[in-house]
Design a protein. Structure first.
Length: 466
């Protein structure tokens, strides 16, 4: 099995929503790559997923037909190597990419920061086995750490992306996660060092096809860059959009901005939107049991996740929706939603708005499992702790008091599940509040505060002290 080493630290890296009638015929033009060029044999179609039916959207600048399902390469599958270290499972990555391309997926989004710095390499290896015209590659200038802010260090990172991806052109190039660190970081990373001007020149030279940015954090930075649209002529912008964040992002966390505003600002300037976090890092596929029942009652044959993916693609200004598909079953389920894409009706959109309102009643932590907070200097598995807590909230296993009807069952489920999913030396009680993780969290979570709250809850459960 071919593997890509990933055993290094990440510390240095880190509308108005239209109903179906608003999506034009041009935006729904089909893509037709049906064969696997790696071996010359046709991929056998799944019985319920037609080949040649992937819905595509047209890039208004280039006329490129981009698949409405984009492959996010942040969560490539891993295996243990002979030393017991986790490395990227290149053989499985190849199989996932082959299947995606066979069904018409042609947009692949990666970064120098993903998979401990090895996503670009693994993605490049998999894509190199296919004709260049079969895919568009998106990557980012992920110069988060201050030591990479210099022009020299930033350009070194940029040129290394070409090497790792084995291409001579980046189809979609992004300034990565602008807004994190505010205006100071924007100036330090891209403006004062002349790096943004350099990237504009690279676009003019043809080594970059489309130039844009992804946004997390300070809305002033988002608004400022859009105010410079006449100067930089942004070709696309990547935003977080889903049916929960559409109207509730700021309510969940005052640091965030509702997707309704972000999309509207792009729409009025005619800038295509690339969508990230359509599932909120999987949270919208692991919703409360009551929400599962609500969605399944409406569409028994559809997955819970499919509702989120249909919502994310519903707006006409969306170019592609990214999904970090680690497992083949995730890829196949998303292909069912987009081969072809069936827009939501106005009534279905209202149904999801109501669903989001109900979800706000459940106090989950807004963690998207991106792992930007890792590694913790004190060994805490932060995403695992938060994920277990959210799972228990959704399953009704976070009792408010000993008088709760299911207290004994919920107590056991929480405590036993906690020890099984998070090793004791990596649990929340080891947090000392150093705050190293806080600045790396795209969602702006006060991680030490959440870990402290969960640890106190665990101790109360252990002592039957609720």
């Amino acid at each position: 099995m071919e593997k890509t080493n990933s055993n290094i630290s990440r510390r240095g890296f880190l509308t108005r929503l239209g109903a179906g009638s608003a999506v034009t015929a041009a935006a729904l033009a089909g893509c037709h790559p049906q064969r696997n060029p790696a071996d010359g044999e046709a991929i056998t179609a799944m019985p319920d997923i037609p080949t040649g039916q992937m819905t595509c959207r047209e890039n208004p600048k280039t006329g490129e037909k981009v698949s409405v399902l984009g492959y996010g390469c942040m969560r490539w599958p891993t295996v243990k190597d002979e030393n017991g270290d986790e490395v990227i499972d290149q053989e499985t990555v190849n199989a996932l990419v082959d299947t995606a391309i066979a069904y018409g997926v042609n947009y692949f989004d990666t970064s120098p920061a993903y998979c401990k710095g090895f996503s670009e390499r693994a993605t490049g290896i998999a894509l190199k086995r296919h004709p260049r015209e079969k895919f568009y590659i998106a990557t980012k200038l992920s110069n988060f750490a201050p030591e990479t802010w210099s022009r020299e260090a930033s350009l070194k990172m940029y040129h290394n992306s070409f090497k790792e991806l084995q291409v001579d052109k980046i189809d979609y190039m992004l300034l990565h996660a602008i807004g994190m660190g505010g205006m100071e970081a924007l100036h330090g990373r891209y403006l004062d060092n002349g790096v943004l001007d350099f990237l504009v020149e690279e676009r003019e030279a043809g080594r970059i096809g489309n130039l844009g940015f992804s946004y997390h954090g300070d809305i002033k930075v988002f608004d400022y860059l859009l105010s410079l649209h006449d100067k930089y002529k942004w070709d696309f912008v990547q935003i977080q959009l889903n049916y929960l964040d559409w109207k509730h992002a700021r309510e969940i966390n005052p640091r965030n901005t509702d997707a309704e505003y972000l999309y509207a600002e792009l729409e009025k300037r005619g800038i295509p939107a690339v969508i990230m976090e359509p599932l909120l890092g999987g949270r919208l596929s692991k919703v409360h049991d009551h929400i599962v029942a609500r969605l399944k009652q409406r569409e028994p044959q559809r997955s819970v996740a499919s509702w989120a993916f249909r919502f994310a693609a519903n707006a006409p200004g969306v170019l592609t929706v990214l999904s970090g598909m680690t497992y083949m079953e995730h890829l196949l389920d998303n292909l069912r939603s987009y081969c072809p894409f069936k827009p939501l009706s106005e009534e279905e959109v209202r149904f999801l708005y109501d669903t989001a309102d109900i979800m706000m009643q459940y106090p989950t932590v807004p963690c998207n499992d991106c792992k930007y907070c890792m590694p913790c200097p004190y060994g805490i598995d932060i995403p695992a702790v938060l994920t277990h807590y959210n799972k228990c909230v959704n399953q009704g296993n976070v009792p408010e008091s000993r008088q709760a009807e299911n207290y004994r069952q919920a107590r056991r489920a929480f405590l036993v599940g906690y020890d099984r999913s998070v090793p004791k030396l990596r649990q929340a009680d080891h947090c000392i509040g150093c705050n190293t993780c806080v600045s790396h969290c795209p969602q702006g979570i006060d991680i030490p505060a959440e870990l402290g709250r969960i640890d106190r809850f665990v101790e109360q459960l252990k002592q039957n002290a609720l």
